[in-house]
Design a protein around this ligand. Structure first.
Ligand SMILES: [Zn+2]
Length: 399
């Protein structure tokens, strides 16, 4: 039996212990909440509409962090896709390289590119300091060859790029040597790549606990053929078995201002068969692709949701310095930011509108032209697609 004093001591001791346990538990919960909140801030590090700051405004973030959206936020992954990139060519002369050796080209979009789990773009050119065999063209008037210095790969690293497509009409501009150096430089930088037939058809990489598969297609020699849909489906189906999320890139379709619509048939341009990008995209989704990022027309095209998978038919010229025409619709481009579930299904998305001029890389477009263009083209080309896009660029699945 405890005497009165002992009983009192015991009670005080118990009370003290409870206070300590409560204090420790509260501190722990706070710490966990802070971590979750920080992780979200990273995931939601979206620029505000005017892109003044890389940090989201407090209200916008808190609004999205309501407890009801907790499950959604914790189980989605952010994938960013952009179109054509060529950060400067040292051929025919180094005078075609940008100011400050290209270090500032991506400044305006860097935080959005970096904040994603996976960031994709199409690299239009060889990557090699000197040498290689410049491609000779059938018609020199419509032909340009691009050779980016190997140190420019650092610009992609600094902007958070994880994976690049080499399947396009310029990765072979300086022959086998140009492609070999490109692959070596990207490998050394830890950037995945694919799209070369027979040697580098697919890439598999892991980010934040999710396994991604990537493959890329084009109608050009040495690349995986966008016109051979049966073979593309075989490649995608094999990848799908090995990974959580399959990302497919294509460089196809006719080019320019008069080819902004998806015609849903084979397109020819300059006498070349540039593929049926609609049949291709839906075919690869049927085979297991989760996201399709198209480019090649150098202008923006429509988007659609097909079987809950997101398809962009052309992301345009995103960062194409110096020798690309940027007039009219070729001067604007969307940056697509998607939230997908672990099996790749579309959860939500956002279009960040950008524009370029000769002397600078992508800048945020206050006129939001790429958003308006995608809304207009999607209404015309895919009127029944279950996707709503508002004028701020937010994309949601229609109920
Ligand atoms: Zn191209």
């Amino acid at each position: 039996m405890l005497n009165k004093i002992q009983q009192k001591d015991f009670r005080i001791g118990s009370l003290f212990l409870i206070v300590i346990i409560t204090f420790v538990a509260t501190a722990y919960v706070r710490a966990v909440e802070k971590k979750v909140s920080n992780d979200r801030h990273r995931a939601l590090a979206l620029p505000s509409a005017d892109f003044d700051s890389a940090q989201p405004s407090a209200q916008a973030t808190e609004g999205e962090i309501g407890s009801s959206s907790e499950v959604l936020l914790d189980s989605t992954y952010t994938i960013v896709g952009v179109g054509d990139m060529m950060l400067g060519t040292n051929y025919p002369s180094a005078s075609y390289l940008p100011a400050n050796d290209g270090k500032n080209l991506l400044d305006d979009v860097r935080e959005t590119l970096k904040a994603a789990d996976v960031t994709f773009g199409n690299h239009e050119g060889a990557i090699i300091d000197k040498g290689g065999t410049p491609k000779t063209c059938r018609d020199p008037k419509v032909c340009y060859v691009f050779r980016s210095p190997e140190r420019y790969v650092n610009h992609f690293v600094d902007a958070g790029f994880d994976v690049l497509s080499l399947a396009n009409n310029h990765s072979g501009d300086f022959g086998a040597e140009g492609r070999k150096r490109a692959k070596a430089a990207l490998k050394e930088a830890g950037i995945a790549y694919a799209g070369l037939a027979g040697t580098d058809e697919t890439a598999i990489f892991e980010r934040n606990g999710v396994k991604y598969g990537f493959c890329a297609f084009a109608p050009n020699s040495g690349t995986c053929d966008v016109r051979n849909i049966a073979r593309a489906k075989t490649i995608v189906a094999a990848l799908e078995k090995e990974v959580d999320i399959v990302i497919v890139s294509f460089h196809g379709g006719a080019e320019g201002a008069v080819h902004q619509h998806v015609p849903k048939r084979t397109e020819t341009f300059h006498g070349e068969n540039r593929g049926d990008v609609w049949k291709f995209s839906r075919g690869v989704v049927d085979a297991g692709a989760d996201i399709v990022f198209g480019h090649g027309p150098h202008v923006t095209r429509a988007v659609e949701l097909y079987k809950d998978r997101f398809i962009a038919y052309s992301l345009g010229n995103f960062c194409t310095y110096g020798r690309f025409s940027l007039s009219g619709p070729a001067g604007i481009a969307p940056l697509i930011e998607l939230k997908v579930t672990k099996d790749g299904a579309f959860a939500s998305g956002r279009i960040v509108p950008t524009y370029q001029q000769k002397q600078h890389g992508p800048k945020i477009d206050a006129q939001k032209r790429a958003i308006h263009k995608i809304i207009e083209l999607t209404k015309a080309d895919f009127p029944d697609t279950p996707l709503s896009i508002d004028t701020e660029g937010n994309m949601k699945k229609k109920n």
